[in-house]
Design a protein around this ligand. Structure first.
Ligand code: NIG
Ligand code: FE
Length: 404
């Protein structure tokens, strides 16, 4: 008998199946996993007789959700930027620090100087924080290497994390994050270089999606579009850091390229919302960066909701604008700062996060046929996951039916 088959009894389910609305509640339930996939779920009293013999676990009235998905992180990097935190407390602005050669470029220096083992070790500490809160899938971006070899190294380390821990890792190439010193004054030349490197990274199996930082201090919409064309030729999906510090029209651009998501969105316009709604582009909300940069302009949540744009929530874990390794804290912030409902926030770290990674067919809800990525919690209602700060109510986590 394989060890990824079991029957979990006496649990309450928050399925996040849209037909059931909000949390998709299914109280007093059981769930049967066979070969790493959900094979049956329903009311305990409807449990079919004659299920094949398999280990049984009594959930004792705990709550089961899909494993959480952190769909936007920069988890792999060298050094830290605690010094810039102090500078900003003395009044320096994020853009000023970036223009003076700090910011992303300072992390690039530290990342280039660190060997793979060091990068892996520091990223593992951050990853372990996420896993302790029930995360089973994490997206990890490159973007602090900014050369052919250093970007590849970051992506390789991201892959090694999935060997070292029970977690599934989606790798996003964010080479277009900042201009490396080798290309000073030549952003177009750097985009050309990325377009040359991308096929090789892709051939090595290092890339699941392509991202860029479309911003005054990043890359222009025209440069972003050229990158998207290269990605498209390779059949790679795109996503975008869009409208974080100014309105560049990035959300509409990524929607036009059938992108998976537009992320940040504090400066998103009405036409951007319309384009996203039309294409089903997910809005990835990153309240950690909003909080950390002390932004005052909110992403247009009511308009996104009214337009039916799916909303995900992620940590944006990165050394500069969101040194946060708690997805549950990001969910709380999405409610307190952005006024999401707790049900929307949790759907944003399960169903909608899966959608933002192009993985909704396989995970993100509790449904028959999906991978048994699960999290079991010592709570009385799923809203408690979002209500507390710093609690760690996780009892158990499964990835593809394997307990860990
Ligand atoms: O998602 N906006 C650009 N990228 C990161 C920040 C990276 C950094 O400052 O190191 C973000 O906020
Ligand atoms: Fe980011």
């Amino acid at each position: 008998m394989s060890n990824d088959s079991f029957l979990l009894r006496h649990v309450h389910l928050a399925t996040f199946v849209p037909e059931l609305a909000d949390y998709g509640l299914l109280p007093d339930a059981a769930l049967w996993v066979q070969d790493g996939h959900i094979a049956w779920l329903g009311a305990e009293q409807d449990l079919p007789a004659g299920l094949p013999d398999c280990p049984e676990q009594d959930g004792q009235g705990a709550w089961l959700t899909p494993g959480l998905i952190d769909c936007h992180t920069h988890l792999v990097y060298g050094g830290n930027r605690a010094h810039e935190f102090e500078l900003r407390l003395q009044g320096a602005r994020y853009e000023e620090i970036a223009r003076a050669g700090g910011g992303i470029r300072s992390t690039v220096q530290h990342t280039r100087a660190a060997d793979e083992a060091t990068l892996l070790q520091s990223a593992l500490r951050r990853l372990d924080d996420l896993l302790a809160e029930g995360v089973t899938t994490v997206e990890i971006k490159s973007g602090y290497g900014l050369s052919r070899d250093d970007e590849a190294r970051m992506l390789r380390v991201a892959g090694q994390l999935a060997q070292a821990r029970a977690v599934s890792v989606q790798r996003t190439c964010l080479a277009a994050h900042a201009l490396p010193p080798e290309f000073a004054g030549d952003a177009d030349g750097y985009i050309d270089a990325i377009c040359q490197w991308l096929p090789q990274w892709h051939a090595e199996g290092l890339v699941d999606a392509v991202d860029a930082f479309c911003e005054n201090i990043g890359f222009s919409p025209a440069q972003t579009e050229r990158l998207f064309q290269c990605a498209q030729q390779l059949g790679l999906p795109v996503k975008l850091h869009a409208e974080q510090l100014s309105n560049q029209g990035g959300a509409a651009l990524v929607a036009r390229y059938h992108g998976l998501s537009a992320d940040h969105l504090e400066w998103l316009s009405a036409s951007g919302i319309e384009a996203m709604a039309q294409q089903g582009t997910v809005a990835v909300l990153l309240p950690g960066a909003f909080y950390y940069l002390r932004e005052t302009r909110l992403p247009p949540i009511d308009a996104l909701r009214a337009a039916g744009v799916p909303m995900a929530v992620a940590t944006d874990c990165n050394p500069g604008t969101s040194p946060m390794t708690s997805l549950l804290l990001a969910l709380n912030m999405a409610c307190t700062l952005f006024r999401l409902t707790p049900a929307e926030a949790l759907a944003g770290a399960t169903r909608e996060a899966a959608r933002a990674l192009g993985l909704l067919h396989d995970r993100g809800t509790l449904e028959v046929g999906k991978r048994a990525d699960l999290a079991l919690w010592a709570i009385h209602h799923p809203r408690e996951l979002v209500y507390t700060l710093g609690a760690r109510p996780l009892l158990q986590r499964w990835v593809a039916g394997q307990a860990s």
